[in-house]
Design a protein. Structure first.
Ligand SMILES: [Zn+2]
Length: 495
């Protein structure tokens, strides 16, 4: 039996504002779409938090036994500097400044994006489509919206008619905004404006002669509006209505609101059953922004080359830090928080190691089955990873007591505890331990360490302390700590 049948999952749906029982459209299958990056600069840490959150959600759905089709796009055209359809295309601007082709910009930052996500142990999505690869699909949707009367053409551009749409549909239902309030708070249109109302948004923009990224369309050469690509790619691969749509909180309005409007105006259907939004990451209590210098790139944390933290932190520690907060709450990054996470991460990994070698008894003092269900209850409550982690540390405490022979566990319970800890720590939270490189690598490491430890013992026996200290110190420099105990020397590897 699949786990999802015995583990009912509740998800906070941004559309209804409440926690709902998750029921996919097709039993056993989940379609999930997450807005990906606009690849015109290095991926920032706040975006990484969004992708880490949805990676955890993807992993948990798969763990429950669902077949998940996870689509995460790459925006490689159409994203203008300004949400109000003004300013330059972000990628075209970077290409102009660096005097390279727009597709060189796209290639460079797509590679960077994949590289960083891999360091964080984020699984690749099932499909990663690009906006430029779906121009035809986008044009088809515009034609349908025009035919249904919810868009109009002006000088080679096509705009979505928000005011007309709102007469028969509810524009603003996801973000909780009312069109009347939006109208009251915006400037009047000027004579040069092509839009009928300031709230209207571009589905297609006419390309000026100097604009490099351009495609032919029934309305002349141009390029698609940013919101349209996500409607085209999500419905193409997941169907006109699908289960989960995710993204950062900042995309709720206007981006996701416009996606709903486009889908309803073209297909006459609400596109998404569950909307999920991941919250923001702040740095030392303040919003991250390049302009104020309160900003750090993922690689700058991993290498320690930055003016904000006194030491480097590994991707696994940063990932663990992010998992210690609920995906929908604001999380503040600081040196003290990272140091605490690093300590916790090592305690957890040491317990994972110790768990393998625990002696078993004829009785258990730890109710592993009840503990395991508490872990699932936490995850089933809108993916509550901080509560899950609190339960994992309850197990760490028990493991250490058993190790010190102050508590007992049966063989059967030990096996259940091992399987559960591995599932929660490695598969769900995506943390990598000593064995993350695979069992073969781990065996090799064990063999090499055995050799080094015996050479060090020989040196010590010969009172050659210069050599024995050199072995210990150089291993420490590589992040491998030796511990001398009654039963000989053991080692641990830090993340
Ligand atoms: Zn999107």
């Amino acid at each position: 039996m699949q786990l999802y049948k015995s583990q009912p999952l509740k998800i906070h749906n941004s559309l209804s504002g409440s926690k709902e029982l998750f029921e996919p459209l097709n039993e056993g299958h989940v379609g999930m779409y997450v807005c990906g990056p606009t690849v015109y600069s290095n991926v920032h840490l706040g975006n990484c938090r969004t992708f880490l959150s949805f990676d955890m959600i993807f992993r948990y759905l798969r763990h429950l036994g669902y077949k998940v089709r996870y689509v995460r796009n790459i925006t490689d055209a159409g994203h203008l500097e300004d949400d109000a359809d003004e300013g330059e295309d972000k990628i075209a601007k970077k290409a102009r400044l660096e005097q390279i082709e727009p597709m060189e910009v796209v290639q460079r930052y797509t590679v960077d994006f994949h590289n960083i996500l891999q360091k964080f142990n984020i699984l690749p999505p099932s499909i990663e489509p690009t906006a430029t690869g779906h121009i035809i699909e986008q044009i088809e949707i515009i034609k349908e919206i025009l035919e249904n009367g919810f868009a109009y053409e002006a000088n080679g551009s096509v705009y979505f008619d928000v005011v007309k749409f709102n007469k028969s549909h509810a524009y603003g239902k996801l973000s909780g905004r009312k069109l009347e309030d939006m109208i009251a708070n915006t400037r009047d249109l000027t004579a040069q404006d092509e839009k009928r109302n300031p709230q209207d948004f571009a589905l297609w923009k006419r390309a000026e002669p100097q604009h490099i990224m351009r495609w032919p369309s029934p309305w002349g050469d141009g390029f698609p509006g940013w919101h349209l690509e996500c409607t085209a790619m999500s419905t193409k691969y997941l169907g006109k209505t699908f289960d989960i749509h995710g993204g950062g909180m900042d995309l709720k309005f206007p981006h996701h609101e416009c996606e709903i409007a486009q889908a309803e105006a073209s297909y006459g259907k609400s596109p998404v059953n569950y909307w999920l939004h991941a919250n923001m990451l702040t740095l030392n209590g303040k919003k991250m922004a390049k302009s104020t210098g309160n900003n750090i790139l993922p690689n700058e944390i991993f290498t320690g080359e930055n003016n904000i933290f006194s030491k480097p932190f590994s991707p696994a520690v940063v990932r663990f830090f992010m998992m210690q907060a609920h995906y929908s709450s604001i999380l503040d990054l600081s040196e003290s928080a990272l140091l605490a996470s690093e300590k916790g991460y090592h305690r957890l990994m040491e317990a994972m190691e110790a768990l393998e070698w625990l002696n078993t008894s004829s009785s258990s003092d730890f109710d592993v089955a009840a503990w395991r269900q508490k872990c699932y209850d936490a995850m089933n409550d809108d993916f509550n990873t901080p509560i899950l982690i609190a339960h994992l540390f309850e197990a760490v405490k028990q493991i250490n007591l058993i190790k010190e022979r102050k508590s007992d566990i049966t063989q059967e319970d030990k096996e259940l505890l091992q399987a559960s800890m591995q599932a929660f720590v490695y598969d769900l939270l995506g943390l990598e331990g000593k064995t993350a490189g695979g069992a073969a690598d781990s065996n090799k490491l064990d063999g090499v360490m055995e050799l080094l430890i015996s050479l060090r013992n020989e040196a010590r026996a010969n009172r050659d302390f210069a050599t024995s200290d050199r072995i210990r110190d150089q291993l420490a420099a590589l992040g491998i700590q030796l511990k001398d105990g009654k039963e000989g020397t053991s080692f641990s590897v830090s993340g």
